[in-house]
Design a binder for this molecule. Sequence first.
Ligand SMILES: [Zn+2]
Length: 250
Amino acid sequence: MLPELIGIGTPGRYDAACGIMNNSNTLCLNGRNLKDDLELTLKRAVVLENDANCFALAESRLGAAASLMSDPSKLAFGIILGTGVGGGIVCGGKARRGAHGIAGEWGHNELIPDGEPCYCGRRGCVETVISGPALERYYQKLTGVFKPLEQLASECHADDAAAETIDRLLFYFGKALAAVINIIDPDVCILGGGVGQVEQLYAQKAVQAIERHLFNNELRIPLLKPLLGDSAGVFGAALLSYPFKNTDPS
Ligand SMILES: [Zn+2]
């Protein structure tokens, strides 16, 4: 049987009060009523959710953190680290939207005062420092050469500038993530997106980079690789139509 609702993941957020999209890095969506447009076209009810929330929801209910998150008291922070930087908070099988619809949006916290300009209108946002394009720009500024981040991560041992770029990622990833952990204290973090595939993010050096800024001084939660691949957001969007069932036998 088809679900009554069609779940759709989108960058940005749908502001139900105003009936418009905002905060989207797909700028053409901002100020538009995407929900009404889709419902009119599809002739079905549509529920929109931020794409990072969809990722966090999918990995919490079906993916890397599914076992841990079957306990509805647990809280997950699902991180998108890729072309952009976003995140979603999941508890009790649901993504938390928050009063402003921006829960988990750590990508636009200030990381470097007066740093590079961001599409959001501010400067030095997390996204301008540890997104894939930001790190590739950093390497290019050092060397005059463009290399994709994946290559930089694998050539660290032989390329000082690549090593410096990955060290920059680890340092600022630790600083930015510790600020989130200090506030929401999640039980697990799942690292999605292209940058989330950098192996060094799961090594001791990254843990130490977080601990340097953590109030607790010791990181006790797992940093998990996602299990659902590039389709996680699609699974999460589909889950918007299906209620969470606590499968924990206890
Ligand atoms: Zn920004």
